[in-house]
Design a protein around this ligand. Structure first.
Ligand SMILES: Cc1ncc(COP(=O)(O)O)c(C=O)c1O
Length: 421
């Protein structure tokens, strides 16, 4: 008998990033030479210190407290305070099975309309949809590298009226690679304070910042109403370990009791061995720092290469400053694409995958209009082990090195260039 399924869930599709990954991997398995610029997963091995700690903790089998191992909550909140000036005491720090799940819980816990800057990461919208939350997207502009501007936020808040609102701010940003400068964060914080906006600041890429300046969280300027999320998935290369963190400001500590209750009725706790391994990562961070720095430098080299090639192809694209993504658009080529019947970004992405075996994601998955012809490009299709072994240091990396050690990035660019000429 066919099962009756919840209608809200029936309208969901598989998360775009996971879906394109499956398709590209299936094509590769069938022997197709795919350049996979669709999926953003760190290509590097998990640092040895963490693997060792995980192995040694494998025998720990007890349930841990729902909010997380107290020692991990202490070490991670101390680390975020030292590194990023996030003020959240350990009692208000929450450990979850990935920051994705913690963001979902936050949307469940916090009342009020949900504001998503466009472009933004794929999962925020579907999560809000599952929870039947009123959702508003705010358009951003390419000239601002698609960073949300305070005026645009103020304008939307003005139309929403009084009462609590929730803003998701992703910094550094997936899909654009943009990082917010201090003055923009200060301006946004001012509007948030005036308009009763709580910020969920998704900072899962905060350790992957290419700039010379120190990374700033909006939590520095809006400490009383910013919840910062982060975790082990990106800079620590351990996405599959599923460990995320949320730092609730002390001023919002009344969230912790209901959150603990929600956790106790849903995932219970994050698996114990991974929490012990994460504890080791934070308590031994100084030993890990050079490795994490090297990963970041390699991400910056890959991002710069793609950016330069995209500029040569006359794509419009903000220069990436962090994370491992770029967000070009093909508007300067719309005439040639139109002749081939391509006027929307999903048609563009389908054609590039079918005709040239280059996988990317359409801008529509990131809340952009189809005619914008935007695509999300991930810059991690290379062997992390090999690249690490041969990395000569940032200052000695040139295009020839990238093309030798990250050949799929070169091939992808060559194929895109041929495709648009
Ligand atoms: C912007 C952004 N936020 C959150 C996540 C989820 O990370 P986690 O593995 O901690 O759930 C991702 C992962 O792709 C991401 O790109």
């Amino acid at each position: 008998m066919p099962s009756a399924i919840n209608n809200t869930i029936l309208t969901l599709k598989e998360s775009a990033t996971l879906g394109v990954n499956q398709k590209a991997l299936r094509m590769r398995k069938e022997g197709v030479d795919v350049c996979h610029l669709g999926f953003g997963e760190s290509p590097f091995p998990v640092p040895e210190i963490m693997v060792k700690a995980l192995t040694q903790s494998a025998g720990i089998k007890n349930y841990l407290p729902g909010l997380g191992l107290p020692e991990l909550r202490k070490e991670s909140s101390d680390f975020y305070a030292r590194e990023f000036e996030i003020q959240s005491s350990w009692e208000n720090t929450v450990v979850g099975p990935g920051s994705k799940e913690l963001i979902f819980h936050l949307l469940m816990l916090l009342e009020g309309p949900f504001i998503i800057p466009a472009p933004s990461w794929v999962s925020y919208g579907p999560q809000a949809h599952i929870l039947a939350k009123d959702t508003y997207t705010i358009a951003t502009e390419r000239k601002d590298s698609y960073r949300l501007q305070a005026e645009a936020l103020a304008q939307l808040c003005g139309t929403l009226g009084k009462g609590q609102k929730i803003l998701i701010l992703n910094n550094p940003c997936n899909p654009t690679g943009a990082v917010y400068p201090d003055q923009e964060l200060q301006a946004l914080a001012k509007v948030c304070r005036e308009e009763e906006v709580i910020v969920i600041s998704d900072e899962i890429y905060s350790l992957i910042d290419f700039r010379k300046e120190k990374f700033s969280s909006i939590g520095r300027y809006l400490p009383e109403s910013t919840v910062v999320t982060g975790g082990m998935s990106k800079a620590f290369s351990a996405g599959g370990w599923r460990l995320g963190l949320a730092f609730v400001p002390d001023a919002m500590s009344d969230m912790i009791k209901p959150w603990n209750a929600l956790i106790s009725e849903t995932f219970s706790c994050v698996n114990a061995p991974v929490q012990y391994a994460a504890l080791e990562a934070f308590s031994q961070f100084e030993a890990l720092r050079p490795q994490i720095q090297r990963f970041t430098e390699i991400h910056s080299v890959a991002g710069s290469y793609l950016f330069k090639r995209f500029m040569q192809m006359d794509l419009n694209c903000p220069e990436p400053e962090g994370a491992f993504y770029l967000f070009p658009d093909f508007q300067n080529h719309q005439e040639i694409l139109k002749k081939r019947g391509i006027t929307k970004c999903h048609e563009l992405v389908d054609d590039l995958l079918n005709a040239r075996q280059v996988a990317m994601l359409p801008g529509t998955d990131f809340y952009m209009k189809p005619e914008d012809l935007c695509v999300r490009v991930a810059s991690v299709d290379y062997s992390g082990e090999e690249v690490l072994e041969h990395f000569p240091g940032l200052e000695h990396c040139n295009e020839a090195w990238v093309e030798q050690r990250m050949p799929k990035l070169k091939t992808a660019c060559d194929r895109i260039q041929e495709w648009i000429s």
